[in-house]
Design a protein around this ligand. Structure first.
Ligand code: SUG
Length: 416
């Protein structure tokens, strides 16, 4: 088999909860303290994976990381007097958003012809900064074949890196050399800019990218201020298409020119602010969509159902479909449990271009395996978590046992 795009979705972990931990992520802040439904959340994620597999696309998954994180609790000496947010950080199921797990450069883009993966240090937020050593361990198992993959360490934490959420790739086809676009933010606004330019540049060097096919673009500070804490909340690319809000980049026209110089075949599908305001884009997560090339060659946009609920956004989608653009289908999916923490369909997946035969098969989904995972989730994931339950010893036992049951079912106990 040849190289194809495989989407690795994060399975939503059994400790999924709403702790309001992410400054600048408006959904996380506004759902702080709500009860969460981990079982429903994980089943929504599985349904999305099955849906995309049903479109004829390769699908993989990554496992939830161990929570609560005893090491983090110990290093912070968390006790009854400590801030609840510190306890909640150690319980966070945030590794579900695998668009932040790593930056991935496919083999055709790199100097040594291997696919390179650098886990994101996620250093801006405490609950996310704990992820990368465990993520790295998992990536090193899934992509263990060193003839085809190189898995790096994260770049040092003083340079924030949030992974594929701030990285886009343009190409004539997934297996052809592409142009990689890194989007960084500049500090100084009300909310943190989580992606540091020098982190992006370090990742590009680590991956051995060709400077002629690598571009660095500044995110629009106004987008960050409006709640676009990652670029993938206002732009997404696939194949030759860049689907973007008009206000995604600090210098929008300059960004198009820079990208087209490196990739002359660029097709921009721009949504003007007059049709969809930044506020509506962020509330609906129109751009946090999976822009997929179907086996027929047509492109489909898998959007959250919230897009359907938003009149301006849906009107724009209908108008776009009636026109003659490159995106031929818009498909809403229900990922509401993840959305309430600021994670749409695109946050939940990490794209890896690879030959599926070179990936550890335990991380690849099939219909049978999807049923198995759903069965484990249905009997072992907690139905509901109230914020006051966090830290409760009985809940600790439940979430640890649930994850262990999944690892056993998938024969991945080495992640235990
Ligand atoms: O890092 N939310 C995540 C959402 C990540 C979305 N990913 C992408 N855009 N690719 C974040 O802000 C909320 C957790 C809480 O508040 O409990 C959270 O971490």
């Amino acid at each position: 088999m040849g190289l194809s795009e495989i989407n690795f979705d994060g399975i939503v972990g059994p400790s999924h909860n709403y702790a309001g931990l992410s400054l600048g992520n408006l959904a996380s802040a506004s759902h702080k303290g709500d009860p969460s439904y981990p079982r429903a959340a994980a089943l929504q994620g599985l349904a999305k994976m099955r849906h995309n597999m049903g479109l004829g696309l390769a699908q993989g998954f990554l496992l939830p990381l161990p929570r609560p994180n005893g090491d983090l609790l110990a290093r912070l000496a968390v006790d009854d007097t400590a801030e609840r947010a510190l306890l909640a950080a150690a319980w966070s199921a945030s590794s579900m958003w695998t668009a932040n797990a790593a930056t991935v450069s496919p083999a055709p883009d790199t100097a040594d012809g291997r696919c390179h993966l650098t886990p994101a240090n996620l250093s801006t937020m405490l609950h996310r900064a704990q992820e990368w050593p465990d993520t790295r361990r998992q990536l090193a198992i899934a992509f263990a074949d060193k003839r085809h993959f190189a898995v790096h360490d994260a770049v040092p934490g003083s340079l924030g890196d949030e992974g594929a959420a701030n990285h886009m790739r343009l190409c004539e086809s997934h297996d052809a050399p592409g142009v990689e676009v890194f989007v960084y933010g500049r500090q100084g606004g009300e909310f943190p800019a989580r992606q540091h330019e020098q982190a992006s540049r370090a990742v590009a060097r680590l991956h051995g990218l060709d400077p002629m096919r690598t571009v660095f673009i500044e995110q629009n500070p106004a987008a960050i201020a409006a709640g676009a804490f990652h670029n993938d909340v206002v732009a997404v690319a696939n194949g030759t298409v860049l689907f973007t809000h008009e206000l995604a980049f600090a210098d929008q026209q300059g960004a198009y020119e820079t990208i087209s110089k490196a990739f002359p075949g660029l097709e921009v599908v721009e949504v003007p602010a007059s049709a969809v305001s930044l506020e509506d884009a962020i509330r609906s997560y129109l751009f946090n969509a999976q822009l997929l090339t179907l086996p027929s060659g047509e492109m489909a946009l898998v959007v959250p159902e919230e897009c359907h609920d938003n009149a301006a956004v849906w009107a724009w989608c209908e108008g776009m479909l009636a026109g003659n653009g490159p995106i031929r289908q818009v498909i809403p999916v229900d990922v509401r449990q993840s959305m309430a923490n600021g994670g749409g369909p695109a946050c939940l997946r990490l794209r890896v271009v690879a030959d599926p035969a070179t990936v550890d098969p335990r991380f690849l989904l099939s219909e049978g395996k999807a049923e198995l995972i759903e069965r484990v989730i249905a009997w072992s994931w907690p139905e509901q978590i109230d914020p006051s339950d966090i830290g409760n010893p009985a809940l600790v036992r439940t979430v640890v046992a649930a994850r262990n049951a999944l690892l056993a079912a998938l024969e991945l106990q080495e992640l235990g």
